[in-house]
Design a protein around this ligand. Structure first.
Ligand SMILES: Cc1cc2nc3c(=O)[nH]c(=O)nc-3n(C[C@H](O)[C@H](O)[C@H](O)COP(=O)(O)OP(=O)(O)OC[C@H]3O[C@@H](n4cnc5c(N)ncnc54)[C@H](O)[C@@H]3O)c2cc1C
Length: 469
């Protein structure tokens, strides 16, 4: 078995495993709970259920290898949901929004603690987050949000002077910005593969190379794969970008769009000079944001969301290949760090992010069977929120009546996109308008009236809080 995966994190994580043993489902299994999908959501949910009720029989089935989806290929930037607070509050109410923001922040320490206790080295570095402004239009973008967070005793952000921001982020392109200590970075695939190892140790059965082909339900639920089946009382679908393919009633709840990334060769000396030899995550204020961070072995990674939109929410083959905007990303890296002119980019990759109209995830029950549960829609920001997702889905699966199961996050999708072909056509028109508007802002020109109007519609696929005319 070769390690034929585009994500460098995933290849790295597989290499450090003693032996890749794949347990394929070739039998008829029974379980209390079957979880489909072996990414962070599925694995955290399984671990949470075991923690709450150790005797529950749990089986996870994964179509490829655990972590081969978004969880093993993301940017590794741990970002809580505080930047979405104002928008979230308007949609789910203040109480639920406070709970979600706090839980996503607590997830940082919880994940770190979990890794410590379970001897899982996911290369976690907690050095905070910066949201920067790279042009005058983006200055002060968090001021209203900070007021709102302060009013609710939630604020961890501080606006820094230009000098401080530039020193902290290593780039003169950043002319203003906000810092929060609650954030950092990790090696995403090491976390996913480590969670799999620990889940198995705790008695959770995991089958890989075992895609769910269909499921049916009567008194019990049966999940079918090519060579086996799992009969269960509860089914949790933790299949992220693939959810609309199995739950057609959710087809208008998300839009699948790529997040694209590049990573450099090791450049320890340059990172030292740039003051970037730590786990800080930096994001600019574009709607489809640029984000960058370094790695403990001295590489720099830069990513950007919002390039390839798939028609009809299909997980298309290009999501598993190199980035189609590798050259553009390299140019962006040089705009932040002109001194890296001679630095080699050793790899690009991408993957599908499921953006919801609200910009945050949702959870729900199958309309025809309450024992079938789902959760997704992390909108490109899932490392910390999937930990919260595990807590929520475990509560739903165990029929707990608590603040999560009673919350507006557990009522399915709150806002819908238009049906195809309007969704895809609309997404392309809006994406291009956003690009023109952001280019104009970067060049300190006024964007056209129509691009401003169109870009405003994109609040539905981005971080709603940060859009200003
Ligand atoms: C390129 C990229 C960069 C990102 N960067 C960041 C970042 O820097 N910070 C951040 O916080 N978030 C980031 N995200 C988002 C984050 O990675 C996700 O929100 C998170 O990993 C979602 O976890 P999940 O378990 O829900 O989904 P996944 O990890 O995608 O897991 C779903 C699993 O379901 C499996 N599956 C699908 N269909 C079937 C089937 N029929 N049968 C069995 N199994 C099936 C898949 O193989 C997959 O392993 C990024 C996402 C992408 C794509």
């Amino acid at each position: 078995m070769g390690y034929d995966y585009q994500s460098p994190w995933f290849r790295e994580a597989l290499k450090v495993e003693d032996k890749l043993e794949i347990n394929q489902l070739n039998s008829k299994e029974t379980a209390d709970i079957c979880i489909v999908g072996g990414g962070y959501t599925g694995l955290w949910t399984a671990l949470k259920i075991k923690e709450k009720n150790a005797s529950t029989k749990i089986t996870i089935i994964e179509k490829d290898l655990c972590g081969s989806g978004a969880s093993g290929r993301n940017g590794g930037c741990m970002i809580p949901l505080s930047s979405k607070f104002t928008a979230m509050k308007k949609i789910v109410g203040t109480k639920d929004a406070i709970k979600m923001v706090k839980a996503s922040e607590e997830a940082l320490n919880e994940i770190n603690k979990f890794c410590d206790v379970n001897d899982l080295d996911a290369k976690i570095r907690i050095n905070g987050i910066v949201y920067s402004a790279t042009n005058n239009k983006h200055r002060g973008g968090f001021d209203d949000l900070l007021r709102d967070l302060n009013d609710n005793n939630l604020n961890s952000w501080e606006r820094l002077s230009k000098e401080k921001i530039q020193k902290l982020t290593g780039s003169n392109r950043n002319i203003d910005g906000y810092f929060s200590p609650i954030g950092g970075s990790l090696q995403p695939a090491l976390l996913a593969r480590g969670l799999k190892r620990i889940a198995e140790k705790k008695g959770i059965k995991i089958f890989e190379h075992s895609a769910m082909s269909s499921y049916d339900y009567n008194t019990m639920i049966t999940v079918h794969t090519a060579h086996g089946s799992v009969k269960c009382k509860k089914l949790i679908l933790a299949i992220n970008a693939w959810t609309p393919s199995f739950l057609s009633f959710l087809s208008r709840s998300v839009i699948l769009v790529s997040s694209d990334m590049i990573i450099s060769e090791p450049i320890n000396n340059e990172l030292e000079k740039l003051n970037l030899n730590n786990g800080l995550v930096v994001l600019d204020s574009n709607l489809f944001t640029h984000y960058y961070r370094s790695t403990p072995d001295g590489r720099i990674m830069l990513g950007k969301g919002g390039n390839t939109f798939s028609f009809n929410n299909k997980v298309i083959p290009s999501f598993d290949g190199p980035s189609t905007i590798e050259k553009f990303l390299k140019k962006s890296l040089l705009k932040f760090f002109p001194s890296l002119q001679n630095t080699k980019i050793i790899q690009s990759w991408n993957g599908p992010s499921e953006r919801t109209k609200t910009g945050f995830p949702f959870f729900g029950y199958h309309p025809k069977n309450n024992n079938i549960i789902y959760g997704f829609g992390y909108s490109g920001n899932g490392i910390l929120p999937t930990y919260v997702g595990g807590e929520i889905l475990s509560s739903m699966a165990l029929d707990e009546k608590n603040e999560w199961t009673n919350s507006n996050f557990c009522k399915g999708p709150i806002k819908l996109f238009p049906p195809e072909p309007f969704r895809w056509i609309g997404a392309m028109i809006i994406r291009n308008a956003v690009r023109r508007k952001e280019n104009a802002e970067q060049e300190e020109r006024g964007p056209s009236w129509i691009d401003k109007k169109l870009a405003k519609l994109a609040t539905s696929v981005g971080r709603v809080d940060r859009i200003k005319d």
